[in-house]
Design a protein around this ligand. Structure first.
Ligand code: IPM
Ligand code: MG
Length: 360
């Protein structure tokens, strides 16, 4: 098959981690006889520097017209003082909205080889950590009005949080469908003791539950969920939640699995063209040093093959190669522990490729 992939290297460690994922995709193409064409897209701080805009219209167009988008990371201190609507992150938000990818899927799964890297007690880890956060990605407070007003020299800032029934229903359905393919347990997370948008969220989830009677729905307040993720993570199968709660909980969930550097994500909407990115940021402090962990990006490429290109065997091949690499004892700095062999970013990519085998 031939697939056209828009590639956003972005800022900080973005270019080095994306290069490793492309190395892996190229090897997959060789093994399975596919052709992957890559189109470079500027987004984030590098686009501000080059074009004066974090996501110029023609760049968004390249993404929308591609078969899928692979993204490294954007942002950095250099652009901290640009106006809010011109920040690198704004490019990412415009990309997500422009592609219509409302459903962000973030797995929290512990690799057995990395059980020691989890900050949780062994008896908690041993009960198993394997859940998915389904995060609403193009609504809520991220996309409400943002403004700062001044009266007599005193500032007042406003951010508006809105959800419509339709927006909740379409992400709710993804939550139920995801649970249906797994252990059939869906936990809807909100703050219905305070927020109207959360009360609407909860009522829509319960209406949908009548259609998905094979899935067990539970409700949890977001503050309690933050606690339960560290206290008893094995209780979760699928969590569905709004944009900002999902942002925060997915960072927390990644940490208990060992390293945020290992976690991929997929973002999908109505079309098969998806956006695939690791959930970590651009880590400017380690950029250009060849020490970043590229696995979150490599596993994001695997998700692209699985969810957008219908290539499950190829995706399995990548995941198995990552597992074999960890079995061999190689670790990047973020997950290094005694007795393991420390490697850099590009060496990690090359070692994973060595383990890539055609799965039948
Ligand atoms: C993420 C990031 C982004 C978000 C930032 C970079 C805008 O934290 O993908 O989780 O908040 O969505
Ligand atoms: Mg985040």
């Amino acid at each position: 098959m031939t697939e056209n992939i828009a590639v956003i290297r972005g800022d900080g460690i973005g270019p080095e981690i994306v290069d490793q994922a492309i190395k892996v995709l190229d090897r997959i193409a060789e093994l399975y006889g596919h052709t992957f064409n890559y189109t470079d897209v500027d987004m984030g701080g590098c686009a501000i520097d080059k074009w004066g805009d974090p996501l110029p219209e023609d760049m968004l167009k390249k993404c929308v017209e591609s078969d899928s988008v692979l993204l490294g990371a954007v942002g950095g201190e250099k652009w901290n003082n640009v106006p809010g609507n011109m920040r690198p992150e704004k490019g990412l938000l415009r990309l997500r909205a422009g592609m219509g990818v409302y459903s962000n899927n973030r797995p929290a799964k512990i690799w057995p080889q990395l059980a020691d890297a989890s900050p949780l007690k062994k008896e908690i880890v041993d009960k198993g950590i394997d859940f998915i956060i389904v995060r609403e990605l193009i609504g809520g407070i991220y996309f409400g009005e943002h403004k700062t007003e001044y009266t007599n020299g005193k500032a007042r800032a406003v951010d508006i949080l809105t959800y419509s029934e339709e927006e909740i229903e379409r992400i709710g359905r993804i939550g139920f469908e995801t649970a249906r393919k797994r252990n059939k347990k869906l936990c809807s997370v909100e703050k219905s003791n305070v927020l109207d948008s959360s009360r609407l969220w909860k009522s829509v989830m319960h209406r949908l539950a009548n259609e998905y009677t094979d899935v067990e729905l539970s409700d949890m307040l977001v503050d309690n969920c933050a606690m339960q993720i560290v206290k008893n993570p094995s209780q979760f199968d699928v969590i569905v939640t709004e944009n900002m709660f999902g942002d925060i909980l997915s960072d927390e969930a990644s940490m208990i699995t060992g390293s945020i550097g290992m976690i991929p994500s997929s973002s999908l909407g109505a079309a098969s063209c998806g956006l695939y990115e690791p959930i970590h940021g651009s880590a400017p402090d380690i950029a250009g040093k060849d020490i970043a962990n590229p696995i979150g990006t490599i596993l994001s490429a695997a998700m692209m093959l699985r969810f957008s290109f219908d290539m499950p065997k190829e995706a399995d091949a990548i995941e198995n190669a990552v597992s074999a690499y960890l079995d061999e004892g190689y670790r990047t700095a973020d997950i290094m522990s005694a007795g393991k062999i420390q490697v850099g970013c590009s060496e990690c990519g090359s070692l994973i490729i060595k383990n890539l085998k055609r799965e039948e």
